[in-house]
Design a protein around this ligand. Structure first.
Ligand code: F6P
Length: 328
């Protein structure tokens, strides 16, 4: 293992996700294991620019494995998007004698790291932390499993009202560009229809499916809609559209919003975060850079940061069929 890396900086950036703290804990403790100093950087890239760093040790990350959010705080820094901002960040890192960065976040976080590495040759290793599961090079991002369980629990509760009042509920879930949460939580919660950004399933098809389910004796239904679904209508417009075309339905809308990003991480996310956090430090100590660590077929692997951001994560077509058949 190369020994030129003596100090590692770690930050969380972009949308928070459950398990970011568990990943931070893993990074800090792995650094301690290899006798490397670890600096936590507050508020993502903004704190990086401002030199807002704190030395972390194994005891400073006690009791955070179970906590949602990120104790390092997160931010979306406009300044880091400029060359001047990145220059300031580089100077601050040099002053603090930090040799490598570990970036916990999603595509925006990795894009920043990629530019930073290209411009200054600064070693950057990514850990995928986002509820959206939209990063190539890992089967699961940290926080996705927790978000799925949060959505399923919420929809189960909505179902109680839907069935008590014979109502149709449109439930909006997160996913501006990715339908993984909608599709998987939709199947898990037994949704009638699932609308996602990747596929235009068509409004007529949805009306037909709702008519069919009324005919077959269903008295209530749940339609899961990803924020960025392809119909071009938001969840309220969709509800109006169905009310106009199928007046027999009593329609309600529920937007789950940011409750999907919070909460204590599931065991799966904690283990994933621990595995990826440890590997990220080892990859940095090996002198590698511009890589993301991820889980592929239950093995921890690395992928180029650029590939992780630019390659698409595909929707599993089999799940579309499962959803269709199960909604009969
Ligand atoms: O964390 C990713 C995500 O949940 C997206 O699905 C969503 O569109 C976005 O964050 C919203 O985040 P914010 O409200 O922080 O801008």
């Amino acid at each position: 293992m190369g020994r030129s890396i003596k100090k590692i900086g770690v930050l969380t950036s972009g949308g928070d996700s459950p398990g970011m703290n568990a990943a931070l804990r893993a990074v800090v403790r792995t650094c301690s294991h290899y006798r490397i100093e670890c600096y936590g950087i507050y508020r993502g890239y903004q704190g990086l620019i401002e030199g807002d760093y704190v030395l972390l040790g194994p005891r400073t990350v006690n009791n955070i494995i179970n906590k949602g959010g990120t104790i390092l705080k997160s931010a979306r820094s406009e300044e880091f998007k400029t060359k001047e901002g990145r220059e300031k960040a580089y100077k601050a890192l040099k002053e603090a004698k930090i040799d490598a960065l570990i970036l916990i976040g999603g595509d925006g976080t990795f894009t920043g790291g990629m530019y930073f590495n290209k411009e200054f040759g600064f070693p950057c290793i990514g850990i995928p932390g986002t509820i959206d599961n939209d990063i190539f090079g890992t089967d699961f991002t940290i926080g996705y499993d927790t978000a799925l369980n949060t959505v399923v629990e919420a929809v189960d509760k909505i179902r109680d009202t839907a069935s008590s009042h014979n109502r149709l509920f449109f439930v909006e879930v997160m996913g501006r560009d990715a339908g993984h949460i909608a599709l998987n939580a939709g199947i898990g919660a037994g949704a009638e229809e699932i609308l996602i950004p990747e596929e235009d399933l068509g409004l007529d098809r949805m009306l037909e499916s709702l008519k069919r389910s009324k005919r077959s004796g269903k008295s209530s239904s749940i339609v899961i809609v990803a924020e960025g679904d392809k119909t071009g209508k938001n969840v309220f417009e969709l509800a109006d559209y169905v009310e106009e075309n199928l007046p027999e339905y009593d329609v309600r809308v529920s937007v789950l919003g940011h409750m999907q990003r919070g909460g204590s991480p599931t065991c799966f996310d904690r283990v994933l975060a621990s595995r990826l956090g440890m590997k990220a430090v080892e990859v940095a100590l090996d002198g590698k850079t511009n890589l993301m660590v991820g889980l592929i077929n239950n093995e921890v692997k690395t992928t180029d940061l650029e590939k992780a951001i630019k390659e698409n994560t595909k929707i599993n077509k089999e799940l579309l069929k499962v959803s269709e058949v199960m909604s009969l």
